[in-house]
Design a protein around this ligand. Structure first.
Ligand code: IDP
Ligand code: MG
Length: 152
């Protein structure tokens, strides 16, 4: 049962919001069968983004990454389901859109690594850290999806 409640943190970055791709991204996770358990639009602070990307702090692109991510609102989401962390990453495509296959989100909707429209947690552990960084526990909802018995 617990494996069916795996959660991942997905964020539509400022370019994805500005370019009008929010609905398309949500649609892909929704029609796949994953369950949306948290969602909000926010202007992320530099503090939050520096914590979120702390592992990349020594990379040359770190300042421009934080600047990009704080350049407009983002849509932060938590999606739940069996294997959602790994499958979510497959649905995103590679970090560099040029290496992403058609059919993936980055493969279909963007061109450059510096504007790759979406974030997804890369492991179950990092998902837990990111979800608690971006969401308060009361912002996440527990409910039964009527599709559950048709998915599993
Ligand atoms: P990921 O988002 O696929 O997990 P990471 O290596 O964790 O990729 O990098 C985080 C984010 O930093 C990327 O999604 C992208 O926005 C940005 N980034 C990564 N590599 C580069 C680069 O070489 N130039 C500019 N931005 C980069
Ligand atoms: Mg990453």
């Amino acid at each position: 049962m617990a494996e069916l409640q795996e959660r991942t943190f997905i964020a539509i970055k400022p370019d994805g919001v500005q370019r009008g791709i929010i609905g398309e991204i949500i649609k892909r996770f929704e029609t796949k069968g994953f369950k949306l358990v948290g969602m909000k639009m926010l202007q992320a602070s530099e503090d939050l983004l520096m914590q979120h990307y702390i592992d990349l702090k020594d990379r040359p692109f770190f300042p421009s990454l934080v600047n990009y991510m704080s350049s407009g609102p983002v849509v932060a989401m938590v999606w739940e389901g069996k294997g959602v962390v790994k499958t979510g990453r497959v649905m995103l495509g590679e970090t560099n859109p040029a290496d992403s296959k058609p059919g993936t989100i980055r493969g279909d909707f963007c061109i450059d690594v510096s504007k790759n429209i979406i974030h997804g947690s890369d492991s179950v552990d990092s998902a837990k850290t990111e979800i608690s960084l971006w969401f308060k526990s009361e912002e996440l909802v527990n409910y039964t999806s009527c599709a559950f018995s048709w998915l599993y």
